[in-house]
Every structure is written in structure tokens, then in C-alpha cells.
Design a protein around this ligand. Structure first.
Ligand code: ADP
Length: 411
């Protein structure tokens, strides 16, 4: 280090030359009077190149005005001033690059002049490390955020999974309950049916035995009577079996209905034809002749099952020589098919139980029956967006009505 204004010992020069911190000495006009090797190499200057230059060449242009303003103040300070420790301070290299520095300003006086000694530490490395740490922290916090998000998602997924499982469990439970209910229904129905089967079967047997005996031509009428009896009882058994078999469809999980468009009179004719086979002496079934053109969209089998049930009941619960009317009415939304009889009717108190499974009214107990037909019909119809209702007066008769929307939608 050269000193042109003050006297220096060799030791001082040696120290300034070898110390790793940069040292610059300037006068009160910011003119550099000395710089050591460390400053020269940090800022990219040749030895002595800085001597005589203004300190301003080491300051980045954007900080120059502030520096110039404050220099005087630094200069007049008695003690040490430190800069760049609590905020970033930049210095300008000869090649125009900026480097972060920390400086200690130390004003001193010789006999005739005032100077300031500036110790400069290049903190590029520390700044780089600080930046790296900052970056690392950012990456870490991003990672933590990501992991937290992952965890949050996992928790949501888990909650969904639990919900799904609970739903499946609920479904399974419902299916199981349905299965148990169905089995109970079947068992109960089976015992009822087997009981109901006994009488018709014994009639069939005795009629068949008798018919066998009537071999002569003059016995023709009697033989035919027994054969008709057999047919009648087989039909009754068939109806009970149809009800029973349809229970399975009622409780199936998948859709077992097949609505299609068909002429209404086809089903009515067929149901009336079957019913006529069961009718009592001189019972007459009247049915409308104005429905030839009427097409209906529905499950044909279910409509037939329903009409069979209603017609069979009307036949069963009304006397010989009575008339049963099948009527069809069409309004804006629905088609109403009713079966009316003048039979035993249903007492007012018992009317509310009529669609309950196995319920049979007091006055019906002398007739054969299972008490399940109307319940099955009602459940099927409701699944097909349709309904069944009735009006009845004990001792006077009943009218049961099925109402079907013009276009059936499945439930
Ligand atoms: P079932 O006729 O085999 O007993 P249903 O389910 O068809 O069973 O009918 C339930 C009950 O409703 C009957 O037992 C009877 O008491 C009453 N019922 C149904 N239809 C009529 C009707 N047309 N006239 C009088 N009672 C009826």
C-alpha cells in the first residue's frame, strides 16, 4: 500500500498489503489516497490505479447521490460507522459488475489533514449462501406445502372411501333385510299356499276319480261337469302360483319390468276370458266395447296379473246370478280401469287393512284366499308409477280401480 500524504512504517504497509480485507483511504473530497491489494483485486484494478480517483467510482450509479450526501456525515463521525450489516450494500467493480459488501468507515486525522479509512469486506460468498439457504427454505416450505396438500387430499380420499364403504354397507344391510323379508314372505306364503292347495287338489282328485267312472254316453253331462270342475280348480291354483312367482320380481334388485305399447282390449279380453272360466253360475262379466283403438304403454304381464286378481276377487266375493262390470275411463293424464261387483263388500273398519299382506276381511274367511293378491298388485303398480284404489260398502259391493299414466315411467 502506498501512502502519498502521510508517513507510514514498513510494518503498516506490510499489514495493509497482506490483510485479506480491503482497505481504502480517502480524503474529505472523497479522493482515494491509498488502496491495498485486496481492494484492487476485488474491484479489478491494477496497483495504484485507484490512487487519485474519486471514491465515487466504487459506488453503483443508483446509490451515488445518497452516498455523496452521506459521506460528509460519515466523515464528521468520531467513531466507527458500519454499513451493509443490516441491509444489502452494493459496490461497483471496474467491469461494471455489482458486488455485495460490508464496510466500516473509520475517520482519522493526521497533523494537517483529515482522512477516512474504509475497510471493505466482499460478502458475495455469504450473500450467495444466504440466497441458497433462502432458496432451500423456499423449496422446503414448498415441499411442506405439497406434503400438506397430499395429506389433505389423502384425508379427503379416506373420508370418501369411508363414505363409500358406509354406503355399500348400508346397501348390503338393506339387501340382506330385503332378502330376510322376502324369505319370510315366501315361507309364510308357501305355508298358506300349501294349505290353499289342499282343497282344490282334493276336489281335482275326486272329480277326476268320478269322471273316470262316468263312461257311458248317458253320463256325458256328469262327466263334463267334473272335468269343468277340474279345469276351474287348476285355474285357481294357477292364479295362486302366478301371484307367488311375481313376488320374486317385486323384490328383485334389477329392473324386471318391460313396458311396451299394446292394445288395452287384448289384456282385458284375455283376463275376462280366464275369469269366465272361474265364474259362478250365471255370473256375467260386462266389459267395454269402446276401447278397440286404445293403446297402452305398460308391462302387459303386470296388468294381466292385476286384472286377474280383481276379477277373481269380484267373482269370489259376489254371488251367483250377479254382474261384474269392467270399465275404462281415460282422462288427461291417466287411464282408469275399474272392476265393480255387487258382492259382499268390505266393512268400513277393515278397509284400511285391505292392501296389507295376508289380511283377509272377516266376511271373506268362508271363501278361499291367501290375502296376498291385492298387496302384490299394489306394490307392482306403484313401481310402475301407477296406483290402485277402491270404494266399497259392506253387503252392497266393491269397485277396485287401477290408474295408469299415459306413459309409464319406472320407479
Ligand atoms: P284373497 O282374496 O286371496 O283373500 P286379496 O289380497 O286378493 O286376497 O284380498 C284381500 C282381502 O280383501 C280379501 O280377503 C277380502 O277380504 C278383501 N277383498 C278383496 N276384493 C274384494 C271384493 N271384490 N269384495 C269384497 N272383499 C274383497
Amino acid at each position: 500500500m502506498k501512502n502519498y500524504n502521510t508517513q507510514k512504517t514498513n510494518i503498516f504497509e506490510f499489514l495493509c498489503g497482506t490483510i485479506s480485507e480491503g482497505i481504502v483511504i480517502a480524503d474529505e473530497n472523497r479522493k482515494i489516497t491509498a488502496s491495498n491489494n485486496a481492494v484492487n483485486s476485488t474491484f479489478g484494478y491494477e496497483e495504484n490505479e485507484l490512487i487519485g480517483e474519486s471514491l465515487d467510482i466504487l459506488i453503483p450509479p443508483q446509490e451515488l447521490s445518497v452516498f455523496q450526501e452521506q459521506f460528509r456525515h460519515y466523515f464528521q463521525q468520531k467513531g466507527l460507522v458500519q454499513l451493509g450489516f443490516d441491509r444489502d450494500l452494493l459496490a461497483l467493480k471496474k467491469n461494471g459488475e455489482s458486488i455485495p459488501i460490508q464496510v466500516s468507515l473509520n475517520p482519522f486525522e493526521t497533523e494537517d489533514q483529515s482522512f477516512i479509512m474504509i475497510l471493505i469486506a466482499d460478502v458475495s460468498e455469504q450473500t450467495k449462501q444466504k440466497e441458497q439457504i433462502l432458496k432451500l427454505n423456499q423449496t422446503l416450505s414448498q415441499l411442506v406445502d405439497e406434503r400438506t396438500e397430499d395429506l389433505r387430499q389423502t384425508v379427503i380420499d379416506l373420508k370418501d372411501e369411508i363414505k363409500r364403504r358406509k354406503k355399500a354397507e348400508f346397501k348390503m344391510k338393506a339387501a340382506l333385510e330385503k332378502e330376510i323379508e322376502l324369505n319370510e314372505l315366501k315361507t309364510k306364503f308357501l305355508s298358506l299356499v300349501s294349505h290353499e292347495f289342499k282343497t282344490p287338489l282334493s276336489i281335482i282328485l275326486s272329480s277326476a276319480t268320478l269322471a273316470e267312472k262316468y263312461t257311458l254316453p248317458e253320463h256325458e253331462e256328469k262327466r263334463l261337469k267334473h272335468l269343468t270342475n277340474i279345469k276351474l280348480k287348476v285355474k285357481t291354483l294357477n292364479n295362486i302360483l302366478n301371484d307367488f312367482l311375481s313376488i320374486e320380481r317385486l323384490h328383485a334388485d334389477h329392473n324386471t319390468y318391460h313396458p311396451e305399447t299394446f292394445p288395452l282390449n287384448r289384456v282385458i279380453n284375455s283376463a275376462v276370458y280366464d275369469a269366465n272360466m272361474l265364474s259362478k253360475e250365471n255370473q256375467k262379466i260386462n266389459y267395454p266395447d269402446n276401447i278397440d283403438e286404445l293403446m297402452i304403454y305398460f308391462d302387459e304381464k303386470i296388468l294381466e296379473l292385476s286384472l286377474n286378481n280383481l276379477l277373481n276377487n269380484s267373482i269370489k266375493y259376489s254371488s251367483d246370478h250377479s254382474e261384474i262390470d269392467v270399465r275404462v275411463e281415460v282422462d288427461k293424464d291417466r287411464i282408469h280401469i275399474s272392476v265393480a261387483d255387487n258382492g259382499i263388500g268390505i266393512s268400513e273398519e277393515e278397509q284400511k287393512y285391505i292392501f296389507k299382506p295376508y289380511f283377509r276381511a272377516e266376511n271373506a274367511l268362508t271363501h278361499q284366499g291367501t290375502g296376498i293378491g291385492l298387496n302384490i298388485v299394489k306394490e307392482h303398480l306403484e313401481k310402475l308409477d301407477s296406483s290402485i284404489s277402491f270404494t266399497s260398502k259392506e253387503g252392497e259391493g266393491s269397485t277396485f280401480t287401477i290408474s295408469i299414466p299415459h306413459k309409464t315411467s319406472l320407479k
